[in-house]
Design a binder for this molecule. Structure first.
Ligand SMILES: NC(=O)c1ccc[n+]([C@@H]2O[C@H](COP(=O)([O-])OP(=O)(O)OC[C@H]3O[C@@H](n4cnc5c(N)ncnc54)[C@H](OP(=O)(O)O)[C@@H]3O)[C@@H](O)[C@H]2O)c1
Length: 337
């Protein structure tokens, strides 16, 4: 198979296109012939560090394709099923920047009739967004239509990949969604994703705008830039609310005022999708799959998530685009046909 491999950490020059034998699925695993792979910031950050266990690494956590073979103990009926895969490269070398990947069967999820593009956009952003939306104390552990009725969610960075996923999942769950953005173009994308209210944080007073929409404050903040937004988040949180921090964009330290957070029993919840509790991850996979089956998740410009396709042999350009914060999702076409 054709695959992109790196054997040491560094810039995109460490990425090489190679020919490798198609891997065999081991016990409990499935072999997926990939059609599309998603590229996320985690892929270039991991590439900079190099293969975690020494040796070599195919980058890419997310992808979608068709099950070609199954290992011992796995239901043979899965063969031929269209699937999306998540965390393919987490503590494993078989990432999705290749024609095939092998993953434990729980990391391959039926895609139904949804497109491979959509399937390749699900893993990292949607599972992260699910955790952010459900980690608070007074929110349900599971999402479904109606689950967040009467809840208000503030998504900081509504035109980002995780921000888009948070808007889509929260709207599916019937929350009122407020999103912040930095430009009119990004405002259009956040609105297209389904945000009920969009605030340009460069031009508007976010605290005043959010308080006008939700006088008692918001239940959840989905936070991409805690270092920059902490003071705002403190002022818009309602009693028992949670700020769910999933990134250190814009600064890696945060200072919090104790009393204004202590009085309302507020929660600051840090989120890393890879290491979140297993039960929460399993629930996220179930709920995201259900949202897909119900047609509640969309991708593309009309859904606030422009797609940028690259061929597999242009993976370096794809990584560079994500590193440079391209707006939307970067995808690799992994089939050679
Ligand atoms: N913890 C986890 O498990 C996890 C999972 C997925 C991603 N991440 C991390 O999350 C970050 C974002 O990932 P992504 O794929 O969503 O990237 P992305 O598509 O580039 O989105 C980042 C968004 O954040 C916005 N932003 C930056 N500073 C902001 C601020 N002060 N206020 C409001 N919005 C702000 C950006 O727009 P403007 O700059 O124009 O505002 C952009 O729309 C990356 O660092 C990634 O590594 C972590």
């Amino acid at each position: 198979m054709r695959a992109i491999v790196y054997e040491r950490g560094g810039d995109v020059s460490v990425l090489r296109l190679v020919d490798r034998p198609v891997p065999e699925p081991g016990p409990g695993e499935v072999l997926v012939r990939l059609a599309v792979a998603g590229v996320n910031p985690t892929d270039w950050k991991s590439r900079q560090q190099g293969p975690s266990a020494g040796g070599w690494q195919i980058p890419g956590q997310d992808g979608a394709g068709v099950v070609e073979a199954v290992g011992e103990g796995v239901d043979r009926a899965l063969t031929g099923e269209r699937m999306w895969v998540w965390e393919a490269a987490w503590q494993r070398p078989w990432g999705t920047a290749a024609e095939y990947t092998v993953v434990p069967v729980r990391q391959a999820v039926p895609l139904g009739d949804a497109s491979f593009d959509l399937g390749a956009c699900l893993g990292i952003p949607f599972l992260t967004a699910h955790r952010c939306l459900t980690a608070g104390e007074f929110v349900p552990d599971a999402l479904h239509a109606g689950a967040l009725a009467d809840h208000t969610v503030l998504v900081q960075g509504g035109a980002g990949a995780v921000g888009n996923a948070a808007i889509q999942l929260a709207r599916w769950a019937d929350a009122t969604v407020v999103a912040t953005v930095s430009s009119p173009e990004k405002a259009q994308l956040a609105a297209a994703a389904g945000a009920d209210h969009v605030i340009n944080y460069r031009e508007q007073d976010v605290v005043a705008e959010v308080r006008a929409i939700a006088p008692e404050g918001v239940h959840t903040v989905v936070e991409v830039s805690a270092a920059r937004n902490a003071a705002t988040d403190v002022q818009v949180l309602r009693g028992g609310g949670a700020v769910c921090v999933y990134a250190d964009d814009g600064g890696d330290e945060v200072t919090l005022p104790i009393r204004p957070l202590m009085v309302p029993n507020a929660r600051w919840q840090f989120v890393l999708v890879y290491t979140e509790p297993k039960a929460a991850k399993a629930q996220a996979v179930t709920d995201v799959a259900a949202a897909v089956a119900q047609g509640a998740i969309r991708v593309g410009e009309a859904a606030g998530l422009p797609l940028h396709h690259h061929p597999l042999d242009a993976t370096a350009a794809a990584h560079r685009a994500v590193e440079n914060s391209v707006v939307g999702r970067v995808l690799l076409t992994t089939t050679s046909e």
